[in-house]
Design a binder for this molecule. Sequence first.
Ligand SMILES: *Cc1c(COP(=O)(O)O)cnc(C)c1O
Length: 467
Amino acid sequence: MGMDPRRLIPRTDVVLSDPRLEAAAARLGRPAVKAAVADAQRKAREGVIDPGQVADAAVAGLPLGMRAVLNATGVVLHTNLGRAALSAAAVDAVVEAAGTTDVELDLRTGKRARRGRDALAALAAAVPEAQGVHVVNNGAAALVLVATALAAGREIVISRGEMVEIGDGFRLPDLLASTGARLREVGTTNRTSVDDYRSAVGPETGFILKVHPSNFTIRGFTKSVEISEMSGGGAAGPGAAGPGAAGPGAAGLRAAGPGAAGPGAVGLGVGAAGLGVPIVADIGSGLLRPDPLLPDEPDAESVLRDGADLVVASADKLLGGPQAGLLLGDAALIERLRRHPLARALRVDKLTLAALHATLAGPVTPTWQALRYDVDELRRRTEELHGRVGAGDVVASVAVVGGGGAPELELASWALALPAGFAQPLREGHPPIVGRVERGQLLLDLRCVPPDQDHAVAEAVRSVAGD
Ligand SMILES: *Cc1c(COP(=O)(O)O)cnc(C)c1O
């Protein structure tokens, strides 16, 4: 009191010599850092902060852009945290591709080459059942491309039980309708039969869409149709249900194409006489092959084997790669998609292609590891964290897959339980740590925290506890 607080406000050059701000100046440029300092000095002059807090406030006010966050939520694929964390191999690939690259050039011949050919080849190799593959910006873009190329001005036949909202108001039916395709809804919320599809398919049909309900389940009096039932394939084994080969009972939807209904009339898929309608399966999660840990999640290989003509999936969910939309299946259909003018608008960046290739060709992903992390080891790490911070309690926790699929799967886990008041300071710390608030407590679940970051978590908690 009495003394003019302005006299205590540290000078700009003094604040700028703070190592954190010097480091920031190298990355963001001096003007941006100076502006943050000026803003902090103004706050001190106005009495909003203490003069001693100017450097801290300037650091907090830096326009750092996106920041690395430690995911202590126990949600493996957290949409708000950018879904899948890339593997170290994928990160290296992104860094290498960041400059000028051979993304569309064959270095041997010096001629133009197919964009992202290695990533596409790795995808094709991972799903031998797919004759063609294509990659776009995300799962939604893949659906838009399919709907536009195969059904604009025509109908997409879809079950009422599969009209899904993915999240943040993104509703699949709205997305499909925005392409100019009409939705032909069949069945009810809880029950849809093969006959429902059969009576809806006709000359106006662009394709049948099967959507995997990736974030909810319907239980009780329910019925849905397997792709193998629609296609008349799959059940009898791969290749056994070719034209004319399916016996009674195996006759699927394609047997009911325009003018072709009747027992024994099969093989009307796009690969045959071109009279049938394609079956497109949106599997969501991006599993390429069956995973025993996730028995209820569909995978691309099995779905194609069951008779789907095209599979649509995201690359940044269970596959554990970068954001991308994968399209796999019938070669002629994939070629139609690739040649469609819209494909150019949906094409992926070289960084995405680099990360996708490394994800497919490289070692297991952080997503794969987090899903399988040994629960006893998690308990040990959590107890060690508890010992280091001397706060909170070690409690049993339940981790989940999250926005990427498997809504019913619960993964036994452990967490450090702290007062909920820790949540905000930890989020705003360096590095930011995001936990999960449950029943008035903040839970820090280390399942998705790289073990070499445990010390950073301990330090952050200690500093909050000490304040
Ligand atoms: C996630 C998801 C999408 C959307 O994929 P994005 O990659 O997020 O665009 C579409 N359909 C299903 C079934 C999904 O699970």
